[in-house]
Ligand binder design. Structure first.
Ligand code: CA
Length: 404
């Protein structure tokens, strides 16, 4: 799951970045201790026992492997096809169905109480750690200490380290027991410490919140996070739809939300031809692989998944895996098989050309974000080709010709 595992976990951090925002990133080894001392003092100020904080941080050294991983930039933009192939194998669906059946007695009451479908709780679990198989073997305290005192995102990770110390203290854990990803994500659902502190719950009632070994705690914690992030009871996060011939692709945009009856009147149907169900919600349509790929109606719960992880492809994967775990069908319209990942350099090149054409004014960062897609769409309109904002090989070639 490393290929699709996101770097950061739930980002609903409330206001807790403020407390340690003044801790600077320090480069010298002597300063590493000073940096940790400052974080220790912040933690103690927030109620962590002095002894716990001292003991946890006393012998910590920077982890070069963590810094190496933190410095890596993705070389390619993953396509929907590649992402789904990694995230949702037949094996993962089958295992999810087994897990759903095996843990029914735990999941059903949680679903009733929190309103989050058991299939989604199992789906998050499957995507994050392959149902607990890969939870990460880094020392969370060491990873966070390294990132808090040596990375560019020092303030963020300093706060996470403070929260991790709270978890240690509150749950009577040892530093050695607290394992996670290189970036400090922990347990079966890879919660960052701040998410753990704010949302994790002790479902089995043993007095400790344990996201490593207690599945009742794991499922209830996910449900609590999603519910408090605005999950709409019982609703799906997305559905595959078909767009009628001649549909205006300018309407396919995350920011274009319309009432379902409007989409119905524009001729949008479920992929199997049935009329759209109207939950009384507004919804947007997305085509993450462009007009040749599947179209998705994005319901409000899609946005809740984006709070868990700000990646569109991740959010689509959660909903797809959940539906198939629940016995639903796979995609009717698979992503185009000939779609190639775009190299970061290619995206940088495109952004430069779009800028020269006056269509793009944002950062040249090699990331295919919403602004870059909007600029591509504007170029496609100008070039009189299908304006889906998706950089197919044809669009890239046309752009090179138009802005040499
Ligand atoms: Ca517990």
């Amino acid at each position: 799951m490393k290929a699709v595992r996101p770097l950061l976990r739930p980002i609903a951090l409330a206001g807790c970045l403020l407390a340690v925002a003044s801790v600077p990133a320090m480069a010298q080894s002597g300063d590493f201790r000073a940096c940790l001392d400052a974080i220790r003092d912040t933690a103690v100020g927030q109620g962590v026992p002095q002894g716990t904080a001292d003991q946890a941080l006393r012998t910590v050294t920077p982890d070069p492997r963590v810094l190496e991983l933190d410095g890596r930039q993705p070389e390619f933009t993953l396509t929907l096809g590649r992402y789904l192939a990694n995230a949702i194998s037949a094996e993962r669906i089958a295992k999810g169905q087994q897990m759903l059946a095996r843990h029914r007695a735990v999941l059903d009451p949680i679903e009733r109480e929190y309103g989050v479908q058991a299939s989604y709780l199992v789906s998050f679990w499957g995507l994050e750690t392959n149902y607990g198989a890969i939870m990460g073997d880094f020392s969370v305290i060491r990873s966070l200490a390294t990132l808090a005192c040596r990375s560019k995102r020092a303030a963020f990770f300093a706060n996470e380290l403070v929260q991790a110390l709270k978890i240690l203290a509150n749950n009577h854990m040892t530093v050695a027991q607290m394992k996670g990803s290189w970036a400090g994500a922990m347990g079966n659902t890879q919660f960052m410490p701040s998410t753990y502190v704010n949302y994790a719950v002790d479902r089995d009632g043993n007095g400790r919140v344990d996201l490593w070994t207690s599945l009742p705690d794991v499922f209830a914690s996910s449900a609590n996070f999603l519910s408090r992030s605005g999950w709409k009871r019982g609703q799906p996060s997305h559905d595959e739809v078909v767009l009628p011939p001649g549909f205006d692709y300018a309407r396919v945009d995350l920011s274009t939300e319309r009432p379902v009856r409007e989409w119905q009147s524009l001729g949008v149907r479920y992929a199997d031809g049935r009329p759209l169900a109207d939950f009384g919600e507004r919804a947007a349509i997305a085509q993450p692989a462009g007009y040749r790929g599947p179209a998705f109606m994005l319901w409000p719960n899609y946005k809740v998944i984006m709070i868990w992880n700000r990646s569109q492809l991740y959010a689509i994967s959660v909903g797809e895996l959940a539906r198939q775990i629940a016995g639903g069908p796979g995609l009717m319209q698979p992503p185009p098989a000939d779609d190639q990942p775009l190299a970061r350099e290619t995206v940088i090149d495109m952004q430069g050309r779009l800028q020269r054409l006056g269509l793009y004014g944002d950062e040249i960062d090699g990331l295919l974000g919403p602004r870059t897609r909007a600029a591509i769409r504007d170029f496609q309109i100008r070039a009189r080709v299908v304006a889906d904002g998706y950089p197919t090989a044809d669009t890239v070639a046309r752009l090179r010709a138009a802005a040499p």
